[in-house]
Structure formats: C-alpha cells, structure tokens
Design a protein around this ligand. Structure first.
Ligand SMILES: [Fe+2]
Length: 333
C-alpha cells in the first residue's frame, strides 16, 4: 500500500554551469522568467503553476524532481517514512513546503504542497479544430480563420513528465509506487520470454480523476546509457499541436540540437519533439497524449509485436523518424 498518492508532477531542478545560456534556451523553448537570482532561475509557463522549471548554477547535473501532494497531511505522512526528510519550507517564489527522499539511484525526489498559484495566461486557449468527420458536419470553428503569429514562441501549458535512466526498472517502479502511489500504464518486455524489461511507463493514481498516461518513464541504464543513471528527459505539455511545430521552427533557427522528432509515440500517443539544451539535457515538447483514470490495468507490451515488428524500439513512433541512437544515452544525465 503506497504511503501517499501524489496529485501531480510539479517541476524538475537542473544544475547548469551558465544561467544566461540556460535562460535563452528556455525562452526559445517557450518558458518565461519568473525570478532569477545569483545562482537560481525559476521559469513558468502559461498555466497556473508559479514555476515549472528550476535551474541552479553549478556543473551540469540533474538535481531533483518535485511532485505535488494532495494535502498537507500527506506531507506529514511522508515525512515519517524511512529515509524522508522532515517538512521544510521552500525558499522560492510562492513559498510552500516540501519533504524529500532519495530514490534507489540516488535521485532526490521532492513532494511539495502549498506553493501559491498564479493566474493562468489568457493564451492558454487552444484553437478549435475542424477535423470534420462527416462532410459539411461537425465543424468546431465556423466563420473564423485560424491564425498564429508568424515566429511566435511556443506556448507551454505545464510540466508533464520526466524520463529517468535507472539501474533496475522494477526496483525504481516499486520505490515510487510505495512512496507516492504511481501505477503502471505500459510495461515493455523483450522477447523471447518477455521477462526482461525495456521500460515502464507509469502514471499517477488520481482515482476517478484523469491522469496522463505517464508522469514518469523508467529506462534501463545498463541497456541505453552505459549504466549511468539520471535524467533521460523532461517533458512539457503544449497548448496546441501548432505550438509543437512552431517550437520546432524556433529551436532549429536558433541552432539547438534536435534529439528526436517530430513524431507520434505509441505508448501515451503524444505528438513529441525532443531537443538537447546547451548542456545536453533533453527537453521535450508534447501534446495530445492519452489520459486514464485508475481503472485501466497495467498493459504488458511485447515490444516486437507492438508498433513496428521488424524494428522494435523503445517508445517507437507511429509516424515520424525512428528513435535516434543517442536517445537515452549518458550525455546530460
Ligand atoms: Fe516523454
């Protein structure tokens, strides 16, 4: 039985040697500065979260991920768990409190509560989509042209999920399940006997309320990153599909390195686009993902039978380029 069930993801904290370069990349990526100090940078999106990305000055390194608790009582409960801190005040804009523990690979996991929200941007509305269906029926946008400003920055709704390169996928899942209540959406297994795991996509248990298909994705470091554990990628949900493409255009123009995309995943169904930051930390734009309540049981995926059977991939594309050889490597972990 999990100690608590968290309500949402909150933000990652990345350590980088140059906050100027980091801020320029994050603005091009679609975020906005909330606050910058000598050694910290807080960035927000269009949603109501005070901030969705934290950078700290130092050698490039993944420092931590934060999840949001449902209640303060949940912080109390977790603070009593073995290996977890007492409740601490968060010294950042919007205040709030947190407890933290260390996962099996030494990654710091924070659970936060009470961070003051901000007003969401009016730019959070997506355009109605004329998918039609039947000819001359079912249009959602009538007598209104669809317009995006040429060269506009992509709009980010929220921090959506993260991927971690881990020593033991099963052990990592168990730790997060036991402490914060995540559940399996897709469990990727390799032939011939489908016992060996290629990864787990796990979501939050929000009961009858909907949760993203995955808030956390575990990838075996021994297979993909020379055994080096740490960050695989951080992912941000965009307002519209157009924002993914507009973001791609800006990031390409500014000379950043594309890691993989644009395509549509099988597991989670998102349209995805992965980019390397100046410090090789992979940042993803995504939209149109699957949402599940907690009634959907874990799905065992036999990876040579799901997607493209002649070329089984971890998180392959339904359309778009095949996964790159550098995806999930040990750079930027
Ligand atoms: Fe992702």
């Amino acid at each position: 039985m999990p100690i608590i069930k968290v309500d949402d993801v909150a933000y990652p904290t990345l350590q980088v040697p140059d906050l100027d370069l980091q801020e320029k990349f994050l603005i091009d990526f679609g975020l906005h500065r909330l606050e910058r100090t000598e050694d910290k940078l807080y960035m927000h999106g269009e949603g109501s979260q005070q901030y969705v990305h934290v950078s700290q000055k130092g050698d490039a390194k993944f420092l931590s991920v934060a999840f949001k608790a449902k209640t303060r009582d949940d912080l109390e409960k977790l603070s009593k768990a073995e290996g977890f801190s007492d409740i601490e005040k968060i010294d950042a804009p919007g205040g709030g409190e947190c407890v933290w523990g260390i996962d099996p690979d030494g990654i710091k996991v924070e659970v936060v509560f009470g961070i003051k929200e901000k007003e969401a941007s009016s730019d959070l509305d997506s355009w109605k989509v004329n998918t039609g269906g039947k000819l001359h029926e079912g249009f959602e946008r009538v007598n209104v042209p669809k317009r995006f400003k040429k060269g506009a920055y992509p709009r980010i709704k929220r921090f959506a999920h993260l991927g971690l390169n881990v020593t033991d996928v099963g052990a990592s899942f168990d730790w997060y399940h036991n402490h914060i209540g995540i559940i399996i959406s897709d469990d990727l297994r390799l032939p011939p006997d489908y016992k060996m795991r290629l990864g787990i996509f796990a979501r939050l248990d929000r009961g009858k309320e909907l949760a993203d298909h995955h808030s956390i994705f575990f990838i075996p470091a021994p297979m993909r990153s020379n055994g080096v554990t740490g960050l695989n990628h951080v992912s941000y949900e965009m307002v519209d599909i157009d924002d993914v493409f507009m973001g791609h255009e800006i990031l390409k123009k500014e000379g950043y390195n594309s890691e993989w995309g644009i395509g549509r995943h099988y597991q989670g169904s998102q349209i995805f686009d992965y980019w390397r930051s100046p410090f090789d930390q992979v940042h993803e734009h995504e939209t149109d993902g699957d949402v599940f309540d907690n009634t959907v049981p874990p799905n065992i995926v036999e990876v040579d039978k799901d997607g493209n059977p002649t070329e089984p991939e971890m998180g392959p594309s339904q359309w778009g380029p095949a996964v790159t050889s550098t995806f999930a490597n040990d750079k930027g972990t």
